[in-house]
Design a protein around this ligand. Structure first.
Ligand SMILES: NC(=O)C1=CN([C@@H]2O[C@H](COP(=O)(O)OP(=O)(O)OC[C@H]3O[C@@H](n4cnc5c(N)ncnc54)[C@H](OP(=O)(O)O)[C@@H]3O)[C@@H](O)[C@H]2O)C=CC1
Ligand SMILES: O=C(O)C(=O)CO
Length: 312
């Protein structure tokens, strides 16, 4: 079996060594321009069209959870990958725990008013504030898939009212499920902390706009862990200005790296990280890919296949 590997920034030698060890007998090579030799599987992130075009692969694996970049490339270059070739993505592979850490720590930061105390500290003010109550701190998770479910699971023991929104109804312990556009207003009503874990699709792009933010509880908080294009940044800034939103924690942006002149940088109630909420963990990703390839080779059922029409 031949496997080609392409990632613009990873330690490719490490991946090739680890994959080769996990799939004894497989020949794994880094793809370089001009390599038209046959291959059975391709592992990619931001692949050049030329790498995949014209190949009769058994499957392609995206080396991340989100497949928006590869699907948008496919839209521009449909010849890059035949419809019949399955595309897989990483399901959790260590990203779930990272999202749990991020979401729980930030929710508790807001709930314990550390943002307010930080602002008071800057004015050298000693001023105990009223506690927030759990019942006034409903957390709503947009997107209840692999990562949304993990975040809900980690938040559940803290006792906040928890709800999620997805296309299809969920049955997660301690989480009220809302499904479909028609239930979005109910989901938003009373939500105090909105955590975004949706995929970037034609239906979800720009979903976090003034219309949506206005439906949240007053003085609410936004945590965007998914994709920058979900949020209309001007609407977010406007919601912060009029006090609808008390704060935002952003990991992803409309343009990355975020340009220095973007007003989000300087906003005192916006906290930011540079798209690091959950990164691909090589050992877990290799184990998942090796396991999936082994099942595919035996004709056994697998999970993680992307539905290209649906867009995730
Ligand atoms: N910032 C970072 O570092 C990272 C960000 N990400 C982002 O997180 C996203 C989520 O990942 P993951 O949980 O693995 O993805 P999944 O595909 O497992 O989950 C997606 C969820 O979104 C829901 N959804 C999709 N479209 C709609 C819609 N139109 N209306 C309502 N709900 C919808 C799905 O509903 P249903 O269950 O009904 O299908 C599902 O619950 C990724 O696509 C990626 O963009 C991922 C990793 C790292
Ligand atoms: O896996 C993804 O989709 C990411 O955004 C990684 O940072």
């Amino acid at each position: 079996m031949d496997i080609i590997f392409y990632h613009p920034t990873f330690d490719n030698a490490y991946w090739i060594k680890t994959l080769s060890a996990a799939l004894p007998g497989a020949r794994v090579r880094e793809w370089k321009r001009g390599d038209n030799e046959p291959a059975d599987y391709a592992l990619v992130w931001h692949p050049p069209v030329e790498m995949l075009q014209g190949r009769t692969l058994k499957a392609v694996f995206a080396l991340g959870a989100g497949v928006d970049s590869i699907l948008s490339k496919l839209k521009a270059h449909p010849e890059m990958l035949a419809e019949s070739i399955p595309l897989f993505r990483l399901e959790d592979t260590g990203m779930g725990q990272q999202m749990q850490e991020y979401a729980v720590s930030q929710v508790l930061h807001w709930f314990r008013r550390f943002d307010d105390y930080q602002a008071l500290k800057q004015q050298a003010r000693w001023e105990p504030l009223a506690d927030y109550q759990r019942e006034d701190f409903t957390i709503g998770i947009l997107g209840a898939g692999v990562l949304g479910a993990k975040v809900a699971e980690a938040l559940a023991p803290w006792g906040f009212p928890l709800r999620c929104w997805s296309r299809t109804r969920k049955d997660y312990p301690g989480v009220t499920s809302f499904a479909g556009m028609e239930e979005l207003p109910q989901f938003l009503q009373g939500t105090r902390v909105l955590i975004n874990l949706l995929p970037n699709t034609a239906e979800t792009v720009g979903i976090i706009n003034s219309g949506l933010l206005n439906q949240l509880a007053d003085h609410s908080y936004l945590m965007n862990l998914a994709r920058g294009v979900h949020v209309i940044e001007a609407d977010l800034l406007a919601a912060l200005e009029r006090g609808k939103l008390k704060g935002a924690m952003l990991d992803v942006y409309s343009k990355e790296p975020l340009p220095a002149e973007n007003p989000l940088w300087a906003h005192p109630r916006v906290a930011m990280t540079p798209h690091v909420a959950a990164v691909t963990r090589p050992a877990e990703a290799v184990a998942y890919i090796a396991r999936t390839i082994t099942h595919l080779e035996k004709g056994e059922p697998v999970t993680g296949q992307v539905d290209r029409q649906r867009g995730y």
